[in-house]
Design a binder for this molecule. Structure first.
Ligand SMILES: NC(=O)c1ccc[n+]([C@@H]2O[C@H](COP(=O)([O-])OP(=O)(O)OC[C@H]3O[C@@H](n4cnc5c(N)ncnc54)[C@H](O)[C@@H]3O)[C@@H](O)[C@H]2O)c1
Length: 429
């Protein structure tokens, strides 16, 4: 079935070339002929020079690929198999914002021909592909779904910054709107994913499988964050408790933390939104979200409490925040909770310096209006180690003493220095 693609008579188009779309496009382009389309001409110009705008892939990964990068929608019309990997964010009310997805459907719809297939990789709620995307594809193409064209869904499961679990090494869940489409989607992905494919029984099942992966992680982290709140009242270090409990074979290894990024902190809202539409209020998932969304306020509260206990006038205090990305060892700042923590501290008139070895300074300032320093200064009243970048792991108490003197507070969000700080004030989640 994929002969038409192997012979390069038929072409694959990947729409949206970000963290997800670019690796998929390049992997397909090692075997097949690919057109990579992105709405952002600046990003396209970088990819044309073998630069990954998301900083995840080396230029070598572009070598030997049969791919053209374009921001011109006319150039995707020669393709017959479309893969959509555009963002699926939430709006200010924490409801799904389908604008990028539906605008990608519009572009694909205008390129669709009889016999074509459109596969969605963006994370969505169950039902979105068939109920929200298909009508746009039909309207724009003037074709009939199921008769003239079909659709599939294959969720992406990569983990930003993870060099071990890459696209080809993770079993790919695939689905199709009919058996023939499923067979094609399955064969094409199987050709690039070494770990193989798992054929879901329907598109909705595939959509639901992805959304629960991140919902499960979110809830497990929420449990850890709640335990941290409880253990603080008992004067117990949560990380020490987790270390002890983790010696049992079936204890799940989760830890407390700031839940940012555009997956774990966002995807559960897609599920709760759909559940609500169907008349069910998702109590457990919502409770977890509320706990995780409030972690930065708890951290700010503890820092303010410490400074007040030291008889400091908050206006005169200076706090250094180390790490602003949404997680360790990545440059991705989307939906990072650290800017919210900074704002929370600024509300108390505390002066803030922030540094990060991975984040792009211009992008961060543009996105959050916060100017990052290149290197830390001195004379801080507290240092918040907000993200455990590997660059920070080798530091010791002397390093923090140089930043703050002996009387400062180290707030070590992820508890990585808990055995190494003896003289200074120390807090963690
Ligand atoms: N990043 C991850 O690790 C990850 C993992 C699993 C699933 N996902 C899901 O995959 C989807 C894509 O996420 P991402 O991280 O790759 O996003 P991203 O922001 O890195 O990239 C999206 C790309 O799509 C482009 N784009 C936006 N609207 C477009 C349009 N209408 N037409 C064409 N291009 C358009 C943007 O310019 C950008 O280059 C989301 O649904 C996300 O939830 C992401």
């Amino acid at each position: 079935m994929i002969e038409q693609y192997t012979s390069k008579k038929n072409k694959i188009c990947v729409v949206g070339l970000g963290y997800v779309g670019l690796p998929v496009a390049l992997e397909f382009a090692r075997k097949f002929s690919v057109v990579g389309y992105d709405i952002n001409a600046r990003r396209v110009a970088m990819m044309q020079k073998a630069i990954d705008p998301s900083n995840e892939l080396d230029p070598a990964e572009f070598e030997g690929c049969d791919i053209i990068f374009t921001a011109n929608p006319d150039e995707i019309r020669t393709c017959t198999f479309f893969v959509v990997a555009v963002p699926t964010p939430i709006n200010e009310h924490k409801n799904p914002d389908l604008k990028p997805l539906l605008s990608a459907c519009k572009i694909v719809g205008q390129a669709l021909k009889k016999g074509d297939v459109a596969v969605f990789e963006s994370t969505v709620y169950p039902g979105c592909t068939e109920e929200d995307c298909v009508p746009v594809l039909e309207r724009e193409s003037g074709l009939v779904f199921g008769k003239d064209f079909t659709v599939g869904y294959s969720p992406e499961r990569i983990n930003p910054g993870d060099k071990l679990h890459t696209l080809t090494k993770i079993t790919k869940v695939v689905s199709g709107s009919d058996a023939k489409t499923l067979a094609l989607v399955s064969e094409l992905y199987d050709a690039i994913v070494t770990a193989g494919v798992h054929e879901a029984s329907s598109i909705k099942v595939a959509e639901a499988s992805k959304i629960i992966e991140n919902t499960q992680r979110d809830l497990n982290i929420a449990l850890m964050n709640e335990l941290s709140l409880i253990f603080k009242k008992m004067d117990i270090n949560t990380y020490e408790v987790l270390e002890a409990a983790g010696t049992k074979w079936n204890f799940l290894k989760f830890s407390p933390g700031l839940v940012g990024g555009h997956c774990i902190g966002v995807d559960p809202y897609y599920l709760t939104h759909k559940a609500m539409e169907l008349g069910y209020f998702a109590r457990v998932i919502t409770a977890g979200r509320n706990i995780n969304d409030a972690v930065h306020t708890q951290i700010a509260k503890e820092i303010v409490q410490y400074l007040i206990d030291q008889d400091k006038s908050l206006k005169q205090t200076k706090v250094l925040v180390m790490g602003v990305t949404f997680k360790e060892n990545v440059s991705d700042i989307r939906n990072s909770k650290v800017p919210e923590l900074i704002r929370e501290l600024q509300e108390f008139k505390i002066n803030i310096d922030a540094v990060d070895p991975y984040a792009d300074k211009e992008e961060f300032e543009h996105e959050y209006g916060i100017v990052l320093k290149s290197t830390p200064g001195q004379g801080y009243d507290a240092v918040v180690l907000a993200v455990n970048h590997e660059d920070y792991l080798g530091y010791d108490e002397d390093y923090f003493k140089k930043l703050m003197g002996k009387s400062g507070l180290l707030y070590d969000v992820k508890g990585i220095f808990r055995d190494r700080i003896h003289e200074m004030a120390y807090l963690s989640l």
